[in-house]
Design a protein around this ligand. Structure first.
Ligand code: OGA
Ligand code: NI
Length: 365
C-alpha cells in the first residue's frame, strides 16, 4: 500500500483526541495493542506527511559516534588521553559510547531483562502504576506527551523519579526493584567519573561539575519499544534533545537510536556492555555552548521488543539555586550566551513550551 493511502485519510483534531483518550484509557500501552491482535498501526501513531517527506530528504550515513575505553584511567598518561577524547566527542558529537567502565555485564543484562519482564507482565499488574501524574516516584504510561505531540511514539515507558536524590524502594515494582537499586548505585558512581572527566575537559577543577548538585535529582527511564508492523510510518521516539544535564543510556543489541550529526542521521550501533553517554541541554548551557546537546531519535523496527534504560541527571527540579554559564569559561571572546536560570524556571518552561521549540533557546541572553 502506498504511503499516501495510509496518511491521506483525514483525521480531525476531535477524532484524534477521541482516539488518544481511548488508547490512554485502556492503560495497556502499545504492548497491550499488539497483544490484543492489532495488525496495522492506529492513526494516532502515524507521522504527519510533512515529517515523513522531510525525513526522506535526510540521509542516513555510515559514521560512528566515538567509543571511549575507560581501561587504564588510573594511569596519568591514559587519563589525559581519555579527557581529550571526552572533550572531542562532547564538542563535535554531543554523544559517545563508553566501554570498560567497570560495571559488570551481568548487572547490565539483568537490568534489561527485568525491565522487559516489567513490561511483559500481566496488564492488570502494570495498570496499577499507569498514571499521567509526572511528579510521582513511579510513572508508567505510553507517551508522556500523548496529548500534545503531533503523532504518538511506538513505545511504553516506566519512569522512576528520585526528585530529591532518594527513592522509597517499597514503591518500585517488585519485579525489577532489586536490580534497579543496584543498577542506579553503579550508574551514579559512573556519573561521578564522567562529571570529573567533563570538568577537566572544560579546563575546570575535577570537582567543579559534581559540585553543581545535578546528581541530587535524577530519573531512570525504562523504555519498551514493541516490534512494529509499519516502522516507516511511525517512530520509537521522536527527534528531541535531552532536557537533562547528562544522560547515561543502556540499550540492548537491537539498535534504532540515531543521532543527528551535520544534518545526517547516524546510527548508534549497539556495543556489548557499553553505555551511550550524551550531553543534555543544561550542560550545553552551563558550558556556554562548548559542549553540545544534540538531537536524536529512535526509529521503529519490525523486530522487537527493544529495551533501553536512560539515566538522567536532572538536579532538584524545585531548586532555586541559580545556574548559568560557568564564570571560568567566559571571556571577552566568549561572552555568556545564556542568562542565569533556576531549575524550576527551566523545567517549568520545558514542560510548557511548544514541542517543536528546543528546551534552551528561550534562555538565551
Ligand atoms: C531518551 C532517549 C533513547 C533510546 O530517553 O531521551 O533518547 O535509545 N532514549 O531509548
Ligand atoms: Ni533522549
Amino acid at each position: 500500500m502506498s504511503l499516501e493511502s495510509f496518511t491521506n485519510g483525514f483525521q480531525s483534531n476531535d477524532d484524534r483526541l477521541k482516539e488518544v483518550k481511548a488508547f490512554d484509557a485502556t492503560k495497556m500501552g502499545v504492548k497491550g495493542l499488539i497483544d490484543s491482535g492489532v495488525k496495522c498501526i492506529p492513526k494516532i501513531f502515524i507521522r504527519p506527511l510533512d515529517e515523513l517527506s522531510e525525513d526522506s530528504k535526510t540521509p542516513c550515513v555510515k559514521l560512528q559516534v566515538p567509543t571511549i575505553n575507560l581501561e587504564g584511567i588510573d594511569r596519568k598518561d591514559r587519563y589525559n588521553e581519555i579527557v581529550k577524547e571526552v572533550l572531542d566527542a562532547s564538542e563535535t558529537w554531543g554523544f559517545f559510547q563508553v566501554v570498560n567502565h567497570g560495571i559488570s555485564v551481568e548487572l547490565l543484562d539483568e537490568m534489561l531483562q527485568r525491565v522487559r519482564m516489567f513490561h511483559e507482565q500481566n496488564t492488570e499488574v502494570k495498570k496499577e502504576f499507569y498514571t499521567r501524574e509526572t511528579l510521582k516516584q513511579v510513572v508508567y504510561n505510553s507517551n508522556y506527551d500523548l496529548y500534545t505531540s503531533r503523532s504518538a511514539n511506538w513505545k511504553d515507558t516506566l519512569v522512576v523519579n528520585a526528585y530529591y536524590g532518594h527513592l522509597d524502594p517499597k514503591e518500585l515494582p517488585e519485579i525489577c526493584r532489586d536490580v534497579m537499586l543496584d543498577y542506579t548505585n553503579h550508574v551514579m558512581k559512573l556519573s561521578d567519573i564522567l562529571l570529573e572527566l567533563l570538568s577537566v575537559a572544560l579546563g575546570l577543577g575535577p570537582d567543579h561539575l559534581r559540585e553543581m548538585e545535578f546528581k541530587k535529582g535524577w530519573s531512570l527511564v525504562n523504555h519498551y519499544y514493541p516490534a512494529c508492523p509499519a516502522p516507516d510510518l511511525t517512530l520509537g521516539a521522536s527527534k528531541h534533545s535531552d532536557s537533562a544535564f547528562l544522560t547515561i543510556l543502556l540499550q540492548d543489541q537491537i539498535g534504532g537510536l540515531q543521532v543527528l550529526h551535520e544534518n545526517q542521521w547516524v546510527n548508534v550501533q549497539p556495543k556489548p556492555a557499553a553505555f551511550v553517554v550524551n550531553i543534555g541541554d543544561i550542560l550545553q548551557m552551563v558550558s556556554n555552548n562548548k559542549l553540545r546537546s544534540v538531537h536524536h531519535r529512535v526509529i521503529a523496527n519490525l523486530i522487537g521488543p527493544r529495551i533501553s534504560v536512560a539515566f538522567f541527571l536532572r538536579g532538584v527540579l524545585s531548586s532555586e539555586k541559580l545556574y548559568g554559564p560557568i564564570k571560568e569559561l567566559l571571556s571577552k571572546e566568549s561572552p555568556p550566551v545564556y542568562r542565569e536560570f533556576t531549575l524550576s524556571d527551566f523545567y517549568s518552561y520545558f514542560f510548557s513550551r511548544p514541542l517543536n521549540e528546543s528546551g534552551f533557546e528561550y534562555f538565551k541572553v
